[in-house]
Design a protein around this ligand. Structure first.
Ligand code: PFF
Length: 467
């Protein structure tokens, strides 16, 4: 791949050796592949269900547009300017300062999220196997489904190997590199994903409870809005877009240097991610209302409530198989991006080979994943883990999946808006400073994002409530 360098980046021969995306479409599919994941299909519907539906959805969409899109652009601009991983990018743009700790925070979050996320992906893989082997072919009650789920996640014999298999598959993709691994895998997996998603949504919209499902998702009752719901919508926006930890810095660093119009790329990724979350809602809520169940099913929504519903539907096994295949595919392309975030850092900054980096990351991710998989009854210690809900798993989920990502987003905005400077960032992004988009981005990155995130953090400190 041909690349050009300028004085702000590392030596030319270094940059020329660097792997990269071969096309804009491949880049968008990969960035969207990172963003679209368990966050959209597992986490978004249960958070929307708990948050009262449309009111949560409305606030979520506002955060995605007003904060998420600008932060993603900020990350792309850093990566595109330096063509380096998450830590070294800050070292290149602000040498001799402590800003590189923002990158280090993101890389550590990568390990932690990899660990708990692959545990959930392992559940999806287990449920895919159950669906294929006909476990949901005949009606099962909500209680029986709950018991099936609890005993499945409590058993280390199945949950640990399932998580290991997911990590191994994702590591194999990253090992092949950005163009030949991540981009190619995204080209194959994302279209399959969209087909499954659309098929399932069409099916759900033909169910008798579709009208209630649609009203629940799209007819906001703003009186339901509380401060914790607003906060959880913000955390979910960052988690879902994979922003605030350097994944998008890393992906941006693999863009062809001559690419300038980055706004459409970010906008497509953000739109795809939000569209998939809404479609996941359209799949789940009509089914829930048709079955006369409650939308506030919590984290078990995709694993307890849905199998009960699938088991009563015509062609239920097929639908369940499609749904859990969807979850596994979505999880794979997201896990790939977590591994790439760390691998790029080890390769760029430490000069490691890709193979060595990927082996180490997969090993650490697997080891950290064991206590996560044991947090649901497999081990009393990790299940209770100092009283945190959902044990060790819950701790990583809350601390890194929400708090660190939002904190990272704050620091990235402060860095781009106030340290490196908006004029430089906008130049890299190919946006004129005086144009509407430039003015809006500057306002959001310099003022709106820091103020909104600071408000969240102050709220957390005051109430002690983590979302
Ligand atoms: N955005 C992913 C999802 O919605 O499932 C989760 C994620 C991917 C978080 C990559 C962090 C990350 F680095």
């Amino acid at each position: 791949m041909e690349v050009m360098t300028d004085q702000s980046s590392a030596p030319a021969q270094d940059a020329a050796r660097r792997d990269g995306f071969a096309s804009r479409v491949g880049f968008v599919l990969s960035a969207a592949g990172s963003a679209i994941g368990l966050g959209n299909i597992w986490r978004f519907p249960y958070m929307a269900g708990e948050g009262g539906g449309a009111a949560f959805v409305l606030v979520y969409i506002l955060f995605v547009l007003l904060l998420g899109f600008p932060v993603m652009m900020a990350e792309f601009s850093i990566g595109q300017a330096t063509r380096r991983g998450a830590v070294q990018s800050f070292e290149v743009l602000a040498p001799g300062t402590r800003w590189s700790w923002v990158g280090r925070l993101g890389v550590s979050a990568g390990y932690a999220i990899l660990a708990f996320y692959s545990a959930v992906a392992g559940w999806a893989l287990g449920y895919l196997e159950k669906s294929v082997s006909g476990a949901f072919a005949s009606p099962i009650s909500a209680d029986a489904s709950g018991e099936l789920f609890s005993s499945f996640i409590a058993s280390p014999v199945t949950s640990i190997p399932a998580a290991a298999l997911i990590i191994a598959l994702s590591a194999a993709v990253v090992f092949k590199g950005v163009g030949r691994g991540i981009e190619r895998a995204s080209f194959v997996l994302m279209p399959i994903f969209f087909l499954l998603l659309l098929g399932l949504a069409v099916h759900s919209l033909m169910l008798p409870g579709a009208g209630d499902g649609l009203r629940f998702l799209f007819k906001p009752d703003l009186s339901k809005l509380t401060v914790p719901i607003v906060m959880s919508a913000l955390g979910q926006a960052f988690f879902s877009l994979s922003i605030g930890m350097g994944v998008m810095v890393t992906y941006g660093s693999y863009l062809n240097r001559r690419e300038t119009g980055l706004a459409p790329l970010a906008l497509s990724s953000v739109a795809a991610d939000t569209g998939v979350a809404l479609l996941a809602g359209l799949i789940i809520f009509p089914a829930i209302f048709t079955a006369g169940m409650k939308p506030a099913g919590g984290p078990g929504l995709a694993f307890v409530t849905l199998p009960t519903i699938f088991s009563t539907l015509p062609m239920g096994s097929l639908i369940a198989t499609a749904f859990y295949a969807l979850l596994v595919i979505a999880a794979l392309t997201s896990i790939v991006s977590m591994i790439e975030l760390i691998a790029a850092d080890l390769v760029d900054r430490k000069g490691w080979t890709r193979g060595r980096a990927v082996l180490l990351i997969a090993g650490v991710g697997f080891l950290l994943g064991i206590p996560c998989a044991l947090s649901f009854g497999g081990s009393a210690f990790f299940t209770r883990f100092f009283g945190v809900p959902d044990g060790f798993f819950g701790l990583l989920n809350i601390a890194f999946g929400n708090l660190v990502m939002v904190l990272g987003g704050l620091f990235i905005c402060l860095f781009v808006g106030w340290k490196w400077g908006m004029p430089q960032a906008l130049k890299v992004l190919g946006i004129a400073e005086g144009k509407k988009l430039g003015v809006l981005l500057s306002f959001s990155i310099r003022w709106l994002c820091p103020a909104a995130i600071a408000a969240v953090l102050i709220f957390i400190v005051i109430t002690g409530k983590f979302f």
